[in-house]
Design a protein around this ligand. Structure first.
Ligand code: CA
Ligand code: CA
Length: 372
C-alpha cells in the first residue's frame, strides 16, 4: 500500500495529501530477479493498472555473519558469532585464521534465536563457537564464513580481533619426599607454548632436569587441549640424612616465565632394614609369622631369614601387598608384607627372624623372636 508520508510528492502535486509513498521488502532466494511495480487503478475513472517500472535486482548468494567475540582461553582462542549462507538453511562452515594461517574450522550450527528473529527464513541454527589452538603471545584472529552453492562467489570475512594468549607454564609439584636411596619428586606441568615442560630439581646445589614424559590421564582429562604426557616422577639418588630440595617448572617457548621454585627440607632414609613382626601364631600344621619389612635403600622387597630353635628355618621374601606400609613410606611401593608358614610340632619352639640388608647399612638386624 502506498500510504507512507512523502511531503515532497505533496509539494509537487498539492491537494492529495502526503500519504503516497511505498517501501516493501521481499523474501527471495539468491540470484537475478526482475521486479516490477504496478499502481492499481481506483474507480470510478480510469481503466488500467499502469506499470511504475521494472528493475533487475541481483540478490547475493555470498554468506553473511558476524564475529561477535574472540577471547583468550587456555591454549588458544575461542571465537563466537553467527553465519548464514543465503542459499540454504543448512549450517555454514567457519574457518579460523590465526596470524594469517587457517588453524581451525567449525560449523555454525548452534541455536541463535536473535538471528532467527532477523532472518526467519533461515531458522535459529546458525551460531558458532570455535576453539583455535595457539602458542602464547599476541595473535590476530580472523573468521571466515565458507560460501555454499549454488550461488555466491566469496568466503565472507566476518571480522578480526587481536587476542593475547597466556604462554605461562603451569602445573603442580605433588611430591618431594625422602625415598629409597634418594629424593622422590613427582607432579605434572604444561607449558601452553609447547604442551609439555621441563622440571628442574636442585638437590644440595646440584641440578637435575626431568622431562614431563610420564603419562597422566587425569591431567590430560582436565586439560584436553594439551595432548601427550605431562607427568614427572623421579627418584634422584642422594645419601642418607637431611637434604634441601627445590623443584622449578621451567617455562618453554617465547612467552611466560619459570614458575617459582617449590622447596622442601626432606630426610633421606638409608641404612639397615627395619619392619615389624606383627604376629606369630600356631596354625593347624605349624607356625605362621606375619608383618612387614623395608630396606630404606631400595624400593624392592627385603629377604627374611628365619631360625627355629637356633636351626636354619628358611629364606623368605617380604613382597606381599601392604597398602598401609606403602602409604607410610611413599616412594617405596606397597610390596613389603610377609606371611611365613613354618612346619613345627606341638613341642614349644623359639622362632627368630632376621632382615637381610641391601646397599648402605651395617648389619642384618633381628626383626624379632617369639616363643610358641
Ligand atoms: Ca611458555
Ligand atoms: Ca640398607
Amino acid at each position: 500500500m502506498a500510504n507512507a508520508p512523502r511531503p515532497d510528492v505533496a509539494a509537487v502535486i498539492p491537494g492529495y495529501g502526503n500519504l503516497h509513498g511505498f517501501s516493501s521488502t521481499f523474501d527471495v532466494s539468491p540470484g537475478v530477479h526482475s521486479v516490477c511495480a504496478f499502481a492499481l487503478n481506483a474507480s470510478p475513472y480510469g481503466d488500467t493498472n499502469p506499470s511504475l517500472g521494472c528493475r533487475s535486482v541481483t540478490v547475493s548468494g555470498d554468506p553473511v555473519g558476524s564475529l561477535d567475540g574472540a577471547s583468550a582461553v587456555l591454549g588458544g582462542i575461542r571465537v563466537s558469532g553467527w553465519a548464514i549462507d543465503p542459499d540454504t538453511t543448512s549450517p555454514v562452515s567457519v574457518k579460523v585464521f590465526v596470524d594469517g594461517v587457517a588453524v581451525a574450522e567449525g560449523a555454525a550450527s548452534e541455536s541463535r534465536a536473535d538471528i532467527a528473529s532477523v532472518f526467519p527464513r533461515y531458522g535459529a541454527g546458525h551460531g558458532y563457537s570455535v576453539f583455535a589452538a595457539t602458542s602464547g603471545g599476541s595473535h590476530r584472529v580472523c573468521v571466515e564464513a565458507v560460501n555454499l552453492p549454488p550461488s555466491g562467489t566469496i568466503n565472507r570475512n566476518l571480522g578480526c580481533a587481536v587476542v593475547v594468549v597466556s604462554g605461562q607454564v603451569f602445573g603442580n609439584v605433588e611430591t618431594i619426599i625422602g625415598g629409597p636411596g634418594g629424593v622422590f619428586v613427582s607432579g605434572w606441568a604444561i607449558d601452553p607454548d609447547t604442551g609439555d615442560s621441563i622440571v628442574r630439581v636442585t638437590l644440595d646445589g646440584a641440578t637435575v632436569d626431568i622431562p614431563t614424559a610420564r603419562t597422566r590421564p587425569d591431567v590430560t582429562a582436565a586439560f584436553p587441549v594439551f595432548t601427550g604426557a605431562h607427568g614427572f616422577e623421579k627418584l634422584i639418588p642422594a645419601a642418607g640424612g637431611a637434604r634441601r630440595v627445590c623443584v622449578t617448572l621451567l617455562n618453554q617457548g617465547a612467552t611466560g616465565a619459570d614458575q617459582p621454585a617449590v622447596c622442601r627440607s626432606v630426610s633421606v632414609l638409608s641404612g639397615n632394614p627395619f619392619g615389624n613382626l606383627e604376629n606369630a601364631v600356631r596354625t593347624g600344621t605349624g607356625i605362621s609369622l606375619s608383618g612387614w619389612a623395608l630396606d630404606p635403600d631400595v624400593a624392592g622387597p627385603v629377604s627374611i631369614h628365619v631360625y627355629v630353635n637356633g636351626a636354619w628355618g628358611g629364606s623368605f621374601t617380604a613382597n606381599g601387598r601392604r597398602g598401609d606400609v606403602g602409604a607410610a613410606f611413599p616412594g617405596y611401593g606397597s610390596a613389603h608384607g610377609f606371611v611365613i608358614p613354618l612346619s613345627a610340632g606341638q613341642a614349644p619352639v623359639s622362632v627368630c627372624a632376621y632382615l637381610i640388608n641391601q646397599g648402605p647399612g651395617s648389619t642384618n638386624p633381628l626383626l624379632g623372636c617369639r616363643s610358641l
